[in-house]
Design a binder for this molecule. Structure first.
Ligand code: HAM
Length: 418
């Protein structure tokens, strides 16, 4: 049987990987401009971190985690997202003593045992950022501005920013009660998943996609109508800042998030070019998460954007990185005596900073020229036994198919200056 990558995972091959590098490069530029520094956290954590951080009632914790017992008898989980790990690291390394707010960004893989489909994978990748230690609504707006700026630099368009506030635990409590009393008489009309959610996580019912739930929740109360004065003020400032930055957004009172740690601001960016899995970015404020993870009350806000989905949206919009990393020089060698001098020349050209390829299959000159052509090399240096005896090489311009003889000791310098 031929071995295949596990369901929901994929290889990112050369050709495709350049898009990933391009995206990471643009993202790094933006993160740095906004004052964020990179953090790399472990691929796996103690299961408890996610149970406490993301919430026991969420689908992620309930159904989707890759959890196993290691040989030391500990319960370990492959990270399903990046935020909880960053919060754990913030506490573990006493980042409260660093200048506040602490602004961190990351590129991570995430693991969720979901039903794979286009845009939804069991191993996926995110780029994201977290800012800890400030409740300033300017940071909420910044967390929306960052992914938008990354998308702008990549040339990605045709997306929509959706914004909502789910309030703080106090106002959410009142809202939850109102929601439950509204849903109680309609319970029978909800899908079976939502009937289970009703007690534990009624807010999630708002974003159920099933038609029967959509009907049953037609006139449900809106969280924004239950915000306390401070949450209301915070929410209106977030909008003011977004308007100041001329970032278009729509208010969506049905927007709730799949992870339990959020408070106040929640947002998503949806691409109009993707199918069912259209959310390319999600995030929000999580002022209770640090405490939930055992630390002192510390506000936080962040976002994560799904790399596979952004790449797919870019591909649909025919947006590509400019071609780089193409072979500049191919060094062809003719005859056994030319092999060692060729090898040395290749090394010197590479050390001088050129992208250089050569032949490793002892092919004929004709086949080597063909290989050089396929690699897109603009120059081929031909090292032949007869030329070596004269201390020269042939340099062929692949565009014009013209050839000239150059002295071997000077060829590196001459080629660099071209
Ligand atoms: P999330 O909404 O679960 O939030 O994921 C963020 C983004 O990751 C999604 O919008 C989507 O683009 C991508 N994504 C999630 N699951 C998958 C999957 N199975 N396959 C492909 N792409 C996926 C979080 O993860 C939060 N940690 C975001 C955050 C950071 N909130 C505050 N700080």
């Amino acid at each position: 049987m031929q071995l295949r990558a596990p369901r929901g995972t994929s290889d990112i091959l050369p050709g495709e990987v350049e898009r990933w590098q391009w995206l990471q490069q643009e993202a790094r530029t933006v993160f740095t401009r906004y004052g964020y520094r990179e953090i790399i956290t472990p691929v796996f954590e103690h299961t408890e971190l996610f149970v406490r951080g993301i919430g026991e009632a969420t689908d992620v914790v309930n159904k989707e985690m890759y959890t196993f017992t290691d040989k030391g008898g500990r319960s370990i989980t492959l990270r399903p997202e990046g935020t909880a790990s960053v919060v754990r690291a913030y506490l573990e390394h006493n980042m409260a003593a660093w200048p506040q707010p602490v602004k961190l960004y990351y590129f991570t893989s995430g693991f969720r045992y979901e039903k794979p489909q286009a845009g939804r994978y069991r191993q996926f990748h995110q780029l994201g950022a977290e800012a800890l230690g400030s409740a300033d609504p300017a940071l909420d707006a910044e967390m929306i501005a960052i992914p938008i700026e990354i998308y702008r630099r990549l040339g990605l368009g045709n997306f929509l920013v959706k914004l909502n506030s789910i309030g703080c635990p106090q106002c959410r409590h009142t809202y939850r009660e109102a929601l439950i009393s509204h849903l109680t008489p309609n319970l029978a009309r909800l899908c079976s998943t939502c009937r289970n959610r009703y007690e534990l996580n009624p807010l999630r019912i708002l974003d159920c996609k099933s038609a029967q739930c959509q009907q049953a929740i037609e006139n449900v109360p809106r969280s924004v109508d239950f915000l306390c004065d401070e949450c209301q003020h915070h929410f209106s400032l977030v909008q003011t800042y977004l308007n100041e930055m001329a970032i278009p957004f729509v208010l969506d009172d049905r927007l709730v998030r799949g992870l339990d740690y959020y408070s106040r601001t929640v947002f998503e960016v949806q691409s109009n070019d993707l199918g069912a899995q259209s959310s390319i970015c999600g995030g929000g404020r999580y002022d209770g998460l640090v405490e939930e993870c055992g630390g002192p009350a510390t506000p936080g806000v962040g976002f994560a954007s799904g790399i596979e989905r952004v790449i797919e949206a870019l591909a649909r919009q025919n947006k590509n990185p400019s071609r780089t990393n193409e072979v500049q020089v191919f060094v062809a060698s003719l005859g056994a005596a030319a092999r060692l001098p060729t090898f040395k020349l290749v090394h010197q050209l590479r050390q001088a900073g050129l992208i250089v390829e050569t032949d490793y299959l002892q092919r004929s000159l004709k086949a080597q020229l063909k290989a050089a052509n396929r690699l897109g090399a603009s120059t081929v240096v031909i090292v032949g036994e007869d030329e070596l005896a004269k201390g020269v090489v042939q340099v062929r311009n692949m565009q014009t198919a013209t050839q000239e003889e150059l002295p071997l000791p000077q060829v590196v310098n001459i080629l660099i200056n071209r």
